[in-house]
Design a protein around this ligand. Structure first.
Ligand code: SF4
Length: 148
């Protein structure tokens, strides 16, 4: 099945490629950083090939996934989308299942992941697991955590 929002996906991919290439060129003379960005470029090229191959067989794989790993949060903002949806804060997906889903996503060619919540730092085990997937580009939205 072809995605109906193909234009947006192409635009996203172009922008992502631009960001990655920009980071690599900025760090060209820093060995460690340059190698990191080269590995990232390689991983994203592989991911794109996997997605393209899946699409040729009729399966659309998104380039990016958003994972809401918890509904818990240490704040209670007035306009909270999580609270507005009356989400169940007890019934979270087990960390082991999330870990295997991340591996599956990576194998399928989704290698950009946005980790959201609630407050993602409420589940450090999941964050460590996600960070161990170095082929993934992670964006974690945890700007609101208050230290004790
Ligand atoms: S920080 Fe986010 S999840 Fe937490 S209460 Fe505010 S809007 Fe909701």
């Amino acid at each position: 099945m072809k995605p109906t929002h193909n234009k947006e996906i192409k635009k996203f991919s172009r922008q992502l490629s631009g960001v990655i290439f920009n980071q690599w060129s900025r760090n060209l003379f820093r060995r460690k950083e340059s190698l990191f960005w080269l590995k990232t470029i390689k991983s994203q090229i592989i991911a794109r090939k996997i997605r393209k191959s899946a699409l040729s067989e009729g399966t659309f794989v998104p380039p990016v996934a958003v994972f809401s790993i918890t509904n818990r949060c240490n704040l209670s903002c007035k306009g909270c989308y999580a609270n507005a949806q009356n989400r169940d804060i007890q019934n979270e997906m087990p960390a082991g299942r999330i870990a295997s889903l991340i591996s599956e996503l990576s194998d399928c060619g989704t290698r950009v992941m946005i980790i959201a919540g609630g407050e993602p730092l409420m589940r450090p085990v999941v964050l460590h697991e996600a960070a161990s997937h170095q082929e993934m580009i992670l964006n974690i939205s945890f700007l609101v955590f208050q230290l004790p």
